[in-house]
Design a protein around this ligand. Structure first.
Ligand code: PCP
Length: 389
């Protein structure tokens, strides 16, 4: 019988979603009678690169380490970071060796999505921005994408089951399939069927690029739905797009000319940060998919930095337990934990797990607030510029 290629949570939490060499290491250490207390750190870059990223995935880390007899400190979810450890583990090495693969995987993927989401958020701070990316990823991790999108500050998500998991109602507009089923020339019937069929709380956003010119369909949608129409969505296929900003402005001109100034414009399809900056003054909302999901996983690695209290590292890595501070000028300060803290610095590593008990706050809303505040503090995404006219 066919089955989905997803691992169930119990397998992951048992440490079985691991690289085989960690199990071999457990065997080798057991045979040698060695199980030292170590400190291990997860880092992407040892030193600052000048580019901040956003940490996400901590709720999965908490789930992974619940019941594992180690202490874990981490930057809280939504914190921006630029080099240095984002997470530290202290405990017997054999207690957690097998969790390294899954730990790095959840942090790498979720943080990459959250970083892109925050970049999108900062590119169009006054627009509605929705996550439309769940079609690009395996459905088993839709909650990972949607949580990261919300941590990064997006206004909504589209995946229904992920929304139920996260306590966030999924939204969206309508697909081209609906209009194609009614057929060319009958778009009004499709828009009306949507208006009559869905609940009163669902925004009436008519897709207006299916068969005719966007300006024509936008005008027809406004005529068909009248005051019920909230917005039109333009998702013009790439091969037809030309100057998309011009198309958007034409639609705005046409709607205004017909007295539909209250009808908003929502755009989607290949929207990235640059497109958001270019279009944000002329649209009310964006649907963003591949810009989030095409983010390369952040290249986190886990390294042992202390063995039985002695600093150690492989070549190219920095030995000894570190401390991380946010400095008053928005800097990211990384130094040895026993070095003096920077003046006015705010220590960022917080207890997440103590001897297998989850003690940290991995709440989604707090993470979103933290990302917003820290992005402001460190100037995240300011290079997006002041926008096009
Ligand atoms: C939109 C667009 C992309 C979706 C959103 C994600 O889909 O064409 O496929 O955007 P992305 O390019 O940023 O990843 P719809 O227009 O809703 O798709 P359909 O053609 O199924 O109607």
């Amino acid at each position: 019988m066919p089955r989905l290629d997803s691992l169930d949570p119990a397998t992951i939490r048992a440490g079985e979603a691991t690289d085989a060499y960690f199990l071999r290491t457990e065997e080798a250490l057991a045979a040698a009678g060695r199980d030292p207390t170590v400190v291990a750190e997860v880092t992407a870059d040892q030193f600052p690169t000048g580019e901040f990223e956003v940490l996400a995935g901590l709720s999965d880390v908490a789930a992974l380490f619940e019941g594992v007899p180690v202490d874990v400190d981490a930057l809280p979810p939504g914190q921006c970071f630029d080099g240095g450890p984002v997470l530290q583990i202290e405990g017997r090495y054999r207690a957690f060796a097998r969790f390294e693969t899954a730990l790095l995987g959840v942090l790498s993927q979720a943080s990459a999505y959250a970083t892109r989401a925050l970049r999108a958020r900062r590119a169009a701070p006054d627009s509605q921005v929705l996550s439309f990316g769940s079609r690009h990823i395996h459905p088993s991790i839709a909650p990972v994408l949607e949580r990261a999108a919300l941590v990064g500050g997006l206004d909504g998500i589209s995946n229904v089951a992920a929304g139920e998991r996260l306590g966030e109602e999924a939204g969206g507009t309508m697909p081209h399939a609906l209009l194609m089923i009614f057929g060319e020339g009958n778009q009004a019937a499709g828009w009306k069927a949507f208006d009559e069929g869905v609940g009163p709380d669902v925004p009436r956003v008519a897709l207006v690029d299916t068969f005719y010119d966007e300006t024509v369909e936008a005008r027809e949608a406004a005529e068909a739905l009248g005051d019920a129409l909230d917005a039109v969505r333009i998702d013009t296929t790439g091969s037809r797009r030309g100057d998309f900003r011009h198309i958007v402005r034409e639609v705005r001109f046409e709607l205004d000319a017909e007295g539909h100034e209250d009808v908003g414009i929502f755009v989607s399809g290949g929207i990235d940060r640059e497109a958001m900056v270019r279009l944000r003054d002329h649209v009310e909302g964006f649907g963003v998919g591949s810009y989030l999901t095409s983010a390369a996983p952040i290249d986190f690695a886990l390294d042992v930095v202390e063995v039985d209290g002695d600093p150690v590292s492989k070549r190219g890595k920095l030995p000894g337990r570190k401390a991380v501070h946010r400095t008053p000028d928005g800097g990211h300060h990384v130094a040895l934990a026993d070095a003096p803290a920077p003046e006015g610095g705010n220590s960022l590593l917080e207890p997440l797990v103590r001897d297998g008990e989850v003690v940290g706050d991995v709440d989604l809303e707090s993470a979103t607030d933290r990302a917003r505040a820290d992005a402001e503090r460190v100037g995240f995404g300011v290079e997006a510029g002041s926008g096009a006219t």
